[in-house]
Design a binder for this molecule. Structure first.
Ligand code: SF4
Length: 118
């Protein structure tokens, strides 16, 4: 095996290990609810009630935008909450909002989709 092949093989194994660890970590947080007071929530301007968003601080918010219309929301139609990849798959309110809101609804997030957005 040449050095470049060995290096490629080692890097591939490292990436696979990292993705496995990410999957285990996100699964462990699956049922934890994000509070508006959580440090990451504060940093991203998350509120479980989108209508309470400070529009001066977050001008990208507009009425009608909420987690259930965000591409990263993993809840089903009618659910009051669903997991969010930005918060490590912790639960966010369907009527919540944060500054990373991105229009769209998908039914599943693959690890590479999440990594591509970071
Ligand atoms: Fe809600 Fe999207 Fe922000 Fe997650 S990324 S908290 S689903 S607005």
């Amino acid at each position: 095996m040449t050095n470049s092949r060995r290096s490629f093989f080692i890097q591939t194994l490292s990436c696979a290990s990292a993705l496995s660890a990410l999957a285990v970590t996100t699964a462990a947080h699956a049922q934890t609810t994000v509070l508006g007071t959580d440090p990451q929530a504060v940093a991203l301007g998350y509120s479980p009630d989108a209508t309470k968003t400070d529009v001066k601080k977050y001008p990208n918010y507009s009425a009608g935008r909420s987690c259930d219309g965000c591409v990263l929301f993993q809840g089903k139609a009618g659910d009051s909450s669903g997991s969010c990849a930005v918060f490590g798959n912790k639960l966010v309110a369907n009527k919540g909002w944060c500054s990373t809101w991105t229009k769209g609804v998908i039914t599943s997030v693959r690890p590479f989709d999440v990594l591509a957005r970071l």
